[in-house]
Design a protein around this ligand. Structure first.
Ligand code: NAD
Ligand code: UGA
Length: 464
């Protein structure tokens, strides 16, 4: 079966970049990315390709090449579903904020809405692809909804989880470690659908890197991969606290440990805590699933990864208060970096939000600088926590467009995102314009202790 028309529901951080690369690599396929968010679609269609809603190195070039040729962004969801042979569902699956499983389970409201919309609109057979990260066995629910419309349309459901990381999405998509496709391996229709998706990726990914499994393995592998990755960060962060007590340096420990080829060097960078839209939500989801099967020990084991991460954010903020003579009340603290990692404008679950919130509770005044995050996003992130009124957030937090301005007259600077440009700052100038003693808290191990101390800073870094 040859796919000619793809529709992707959800034009977010995954749907947008993923479909842009498919369109670029498969010029014979028409790819339409749809979303109910009109503002987002308008931004994807902005004449100036630098204004697309997802900041991702290399993405504007890919969009520029394919948009208007075989890549389209639209709010006409029904029309795109109708036309497509293959429909990717790439909508958000956040942690539930209400009802059963509140604070743990994945909210599948948007997924189900997509399934019902497809069921209502489809007139010919479709392959439906789960691109969103979903609890294991979600495909069964999708199938139930789709198969019960009585209009004779046949569906194949595939799981094709996405492993891209933000900031490196384009390179991850162009050269993935593996592509995972789960489907109904028992039937010829199932195998045919899997082969159709394999063929799309095979346009640029070597066949041996395209794995096919049953649907449940595929769904569960995605949650497992994120849990393992986050676990590594929590493991090294746990060691960072011990390093600070013992005189060991967490970077040296990470290097020594990572050189063991069985352990590996990647993902051992100690930090103020992992953020991002997925690690926490996916682990909580895993914990919820384990609990729902009565697997208490499994649930507790993975929950510890989150407990450690929350502790890391809290202890970083608490250390700022303690170091500043046990009070930050009325003191200006410059926050450099608001995004959850460098090279993205995404702030979801960013450690910076929680550190700022903690310091605001201690009556600090916060000045934020981030090269990609907009002012209204900073306020929206703080408002979302509901810790204080939005007026208070606006009166205590200022967002500026220049790192030097952020640090002027500050008691302390906290580096919370590892943006390269922070390494290049003229730290002498920063120091000169700060109140003394000038404290520098490096939540990313981005800066060099020796040179910063020579400048005059009281320098504190995670794990050192
Ligand atoms: P996102 O919030 O950036 O985008 C989701 C989009 O779906 C939104 O623009 C929303 O308006 C749209 N949407 C929701 N319901 C819709 C509907 N019924 N019809 C049309 N549009 C609808 O989310 P994201 O970061 O792209 O993540 C999407 C999924 O991919 C999640 O399940 C996530 O866990 C997974 N994932 C994300 C990443 C990542 O790096 N962000 C990586 C791998 C997997
Ligand atoms: C992560 C995974 O890496 C992707 O494979 C996955 O597809 C994605 O989640 C998802 O499912 O959403 P992402 O969250 O975009 O990608 O970024 P990461 O590079 O994994 O970083 C996550 C967080 O961990 C960031 O806050 C980062 O600063 C932190 N981190 C990462 C560390 O503190 N130390 C490290 O060594 C690595």
């Amino acid at each position: 079966m040859k796919i000619k028309n793809i529709c992707c529901i959800g034009a977010g951080y995954v749907g947008g970049p993923t479909m842009a690369v498919i369109a670029q690599k498969c010029p014979e396929i028409d790819v339409t990315v749809v979303d109910i968010n009109e503002k987002r679609i308008a931004a994807w269609n902005d004449e100036d390709v630098e204004n697309i809603p997802v900041y991702e190195p290399g993405l504007p070039e890919v969009v520029k090449e394919a948009r208007g040729k075989n890549l389209f962004f639209s709010t006409e969801v029904d029309a795109a579903i109708d036309k497509a042979d293959m429909i990717f569902i790439s909508v958000n699956t956040p942690t539930k904020t209400y009802g059963i499983g509140k604070g743990m389970a994945a909210d599948l409201k948007w997924i189900e809405l997509c399934a019902r919309q497809i069921a209502r609109v489809a007139k010919n057979d479709k392959i439906v692809v789960e691109k969103s990260t979903l609890p294991v066995r979600t495909a069964a629910a999708l199938k139930d909804i789709l198969d019960n419309t009585g209009n004779g349309v046949k569906y194949q459901i595939l799981s094709n989880p996405e492993f891209l990381a933000e900031g490196t999405a384009i390179q991850d998509l162009k050269k993935p470690d593996r592509v995972l496709i789960g489907g109904d391996v028992e039937t010829s229709e199932g195998k045919e659908a899997m082969e159709a998706l394999v063929n799309i990726y095979a346009s640029w990914v070597p066949r041996e890197n395209i794995l096919t499994t049953n649907v449940w393995s595929s769904e569960l592998s995605k949650l497992t991969a994120n849990a393992f990755l986050a676990q590594r960060v929590s493991s090294i962060n746990a060691m960072s606290e011990l390093c600070e007590k013992t005189g060991a340096d967490v970077n040296e420990v990470a290097k020594a440990v990572g050189m063991d080829s069985r352990i590996g060097a990647k993902f051992l960078k100690s930090s103020v805590g992992f953020g991002g839209s997925c690690f926490q939500k996916d682990i909580l989801n895993l914990v919820y699933i384990a609990k729902s099967f009565g697997l208490k020990e499994v649930a507790d084991y993975w929950e510890q990864v989150i407990i450690m991460n929350d502790h890391q954010k809290r202890r970083f903020a608490a250390n700022i208060v303690k170091t500043l003579y046990n009070t930050v009340s009325g003191k200006k603290i410059a926050v450099l970096g608001w995004a959850f990692k460098k090279d993205t404008n995404d702030t979801r679950e960013s450690a910076a939000i929680y550190v700022a919130d903690y310091l605001l509770n201690e009556h600090a005044e916060i000045v934020v600088y981030d090269p990609t995050v907009k002012e209204e996003q900073v306020y929206a992130d703080l408002d979302y926590l509901n810790t204080r009124s939005s007026e208070e957030n606006r009166s205590k937090v200022t967002v500026v467009k220049d790192a030097y301005v952020a640090c002027e007259e500050a008691h302390a600077v906290a580096v919370l995102t590892e943006w390269d440009e922070f390494k290049e700052l003229d730290w002498q100038t920063v120091y000169r314009n700060m109140l003394k003693p000038a404290f520098l808290f490096d939540g990313r191990r981005l800066l060099d202790r020796k040179t910063k101390e020579e400048v005059g800073f009281e320098y504190y870094a995670i794990g050192n």
